[in-house]
Write a protein that binds this ligand. Structure first.
Ligand code: C2E
Ligand code: C2E
Ligand code: C2E
Length: 91
């Protein structure tokens, strides 16, 4: 990919996230709710998050950012385009 191309935004689908069983999605559901609360952003169907937040979530889930991203894509919570965001940030 070209270095000038900006990474895609990480946009969580909050309606899909709410349908994922809490034993899997609980930590992400709490994390997203915290960001909504900090922003005062309660009525969105989606939530744009920081690239750094995906790294933090990967630590919480004890997975690499790319594995976590695949899981979120499988749940339908992230768009497949999010793969490029992780690839551009992988160490
Ligand atoms: P903060 O990091 O000190 O950011 C203060 C304000 O700067 C934010 O208030 C927002 O108006 C603006 N801001 C900072 N970064 C961005 C950005 O990338 N895009 C845009 N459009 N604005 C930005 P806000 O939204 O009320 O958030 C308050 C605090 O809540 C933030 O303080 C931060 O501590 C936390 N927060 C909000 N959203 C996120 C997030 O997505 N991830 C994390 N880790 N923290 C967040
Ligand atoms: P976009 O980033 O493609 O977002 C499209 C729509 O998705 C937004 O329309 C909004 O309805 C929803 N959306 C995306 N992220 C969030 C989120 O974190 N919370 C909520 N509640 N909704 C979200 P909207 O608001 O009419 O914005 C249209 C366009 O305006 C955005 O397209 C973006 O290009 C720009 N924009 C809006 N807010 C910001 C911002 O904080 N920072 C930057 N850089 N652009 C923004
Ligand atoms: P965005 O608002 O379009 O910002 C795109 C990128 O510009 C951010 O990517 C970040 O690298 C940089 N940026 C924008 N505003 C600020 C700022 O005030 N301080 C700093 N240090 N950097 C800034 P990032 O961090 O990956 O965030 C992705 C998207 O997540 C943002 O797109 C925005 O939609 C959302 N977001 C992140 N943090 C906040 C926040 O604190 N408040 C709100 N309302 N939205 C946020």
């Amino acid at each position: 990919g070209g270095a000038a191309e900006p990474p895609p935004k990480l946009v969580l689908d909050l309606e899909r996230l709410a349908t994922v069983p809490a034993e899997k999605a609980g930590p992400l559901q709490r994390y997203a709710a915290t960001i909504q609360s900090q922003r005062g952003d309660y009525n969105g169907k989606v939530l744009s998050i920081r690239q750094d937040d995906l790294r933090t979530l990967a630590v919480i889930y004890d997975q690499s950012p790319s594995v976590l991203t695949e899981q979120l894509i499988n749940w339908g919570v992230l768009d497949a385009d999010a793969r490029r965001a992780v690839a551009s940030h992988e160490d």
